[in-house]
Design a protein around this ligand. Structure first.
Ligand code: ADP
Length: 197
């Protein structure tokens, strides 16, 4: 539980498709208009090692990635085993994790720290569901993307879904320390803070 509920922090990484499609401004505009504050911001071209260290390596996270994929295949009546050569969620998760590393090193990223009330959940809500084809209209993924695991995996690649946003406050804290030095994160008041909350 953060000590200051008005300043929960989350990490946003705009993926290469978001940067190359010129969506950087749109993304921050939606985050800022909600009353969330950008407190760190930088463009980088990450190495494979950096991305490998960003995504969790434990079996349970990798298995969950595989299970999400299996569910997506099932929803569309497709046979994951036939398409991917295995129905094992751990093996599928490992495959997806590898594609993800290739994708996130294929172009520059924009990384940022966002602060505000329920920042983690708010930014996930603004981003929308992981699979763009299932993301609600009005979310970034729902408005600007259409990709899906069934299609991406046929091409042996990660889903292009514009951005990453931390899933829990604990994950956010880990990612914040991983991607930013303390002096790169800035504390200031936004003009609306006295009025909005
Ligand atoms: P989120 O990014 O919404 O937290 P996950 O943590 O489940 O989602 O997955 C991490 C990233 O891996 C996703 O954002 C997406 O780019 C990619 N991904 C997830 N599942 C698949 C899949 N089946 N095939 C390809 N890429 C996937």
């Amino acid at each position: 539980m953060p000590t200051n509920l008005k300043a929960e922090k989350t990490v946003v990484i705009i993926k290469p498709d978001g940067v190359k499609r010129g969506l950087v401004g749109e993304i921050f505009s939606r985050i800022e208009r909600r009353g969330l504050k950008v407190i760190a911001l930088q463009m980088i071209w990450a190495t494979k090692n950096q991305i490998d260290g960003h995504y969790p390596k434990d079996d349970s996270w990798i298995k969950r990635l595989g299970e999400k994929t299996l569910n997506n295949y099932k929803n569309y009546g497709l046979d994951a085993k036939k398409e991917l050569g295995t129905g094992d969620p751990l093996k599928i998760g490992q495959m997806v994790r590898g594609w993800l590393i290739d994708y996130l090193t294929s172009g520059p990223l924009v990384k940022a720290v966002i602060s505000g009330i329920h920042a983690v959940d708010m930014v996930r809500k603004i981003a929308g569901a992981t699979m763009p084809a299932q993301a609600e209209m009005g979310t970034l993924r729902g408005d600007f993307s259409v990709d899906d695991a069934t299609v991406a995996n046929k091409d042996k690649r990660a889903i292009h879904n514009i951005l990453h946003a931390s899933e829990t406050p604990e994950e956010a804290e880990h990612e914040l320390q991983y991607w930013f030095a303390p002096e790169e994160i800035h504390d200031y008041r936004r003009a609306e803070e006295d009025i909005m909350f």
